[in-house]
Write a protein of this length. Sequence first.
Length: 343
Amino acid sequence: MTRLWRLLAIAAALNLTVGAARAAAQTVLVRNAPPGITVEIMVDDAVVGTGTTSPTGEASLDLKLPDPGDMDANVYVDVCEKMRRVVVIDRNKRPSPQPAGCDRREISGVFQVKRINTLVVDVGGLQPSMLLIKGTYKPPKPAPAEGEAGASTPMRPSPTGLTLFGGGGLGTFHDAFAIACGNAVGCTGHDGGPGYSFGSTVWITRWLGAEGGYEKPRQVTAKGGDTFSFNSAFGVDVFTVAAMLAVPAGPVRIYGLGGANYHQSTLTSSETIDTATQSFAQKTHGWGWLMGAGTEVWATPKVAIYGELSVARVKGKADDKGEGLVDDHLRFIAVGVRIRLSR
């Protein structure tokens, strides 16, 4: 017997819980109305609920449906100067006329309204709309306005269009210094050094672009000798053209480039044996490949800082069509500034 009464008590509690949930769900939630105005709920020809909108333009009112507790209904909204009225009426009935000075607007469709439903009516637009929710409805929290706590700041995208760039860097050759020294004893010098570059880039999209530029590394110099002495200098001008593919991430753009280069070089050398000195010069030109990668960071919509590493094959023949030639690799690391010209 005790167990039976316990089961009956549990069943009664469940019925009360379900009934409470249903009662809580029998509401009309009006949203995006002007704050502080009257809101009425009319079922057929009877006003069943009245309230006032909050400062956020919302009002929640009980929805009391006649027995048997559900209907196929049309829904209208009467828009008045100081009132919004939601009219829920059986589809087979005609609604009573709207109050004087009000504009009646129909929410398109036929809705099966039950006591377990929440009617979420948005009256903010020119044409009202409605969500028919089974059970209760919790409106989403509004997104914080820009500048408020929790508001996210959209990332500025990397721009497209024409940019000019210029910077300083370090350019070194792979073989030029070793070739200049040969097997001479006590050979000193360097294989390049500080240089500069400049040019222009056109970003057709945020991930596709084209670039033309100029690179000027420091001359390669070598000097030394034992029974004789020598002194040489190798200077190069490198013109580049490349296509660019990028991965943009907000104001940051990581890119790779590939293309060709055209060089012009001058090699001057002098040798001294005893008191006799002999000097000669050789000029070359030619085309080679180019490849590299870099990153640019747009500090403002017009100005970016960039860093880039490129490798170019400097290859060509003598201008005088003699036997002289150049075949080396130039590695150039640059850091500089880009200025956007396009709007």
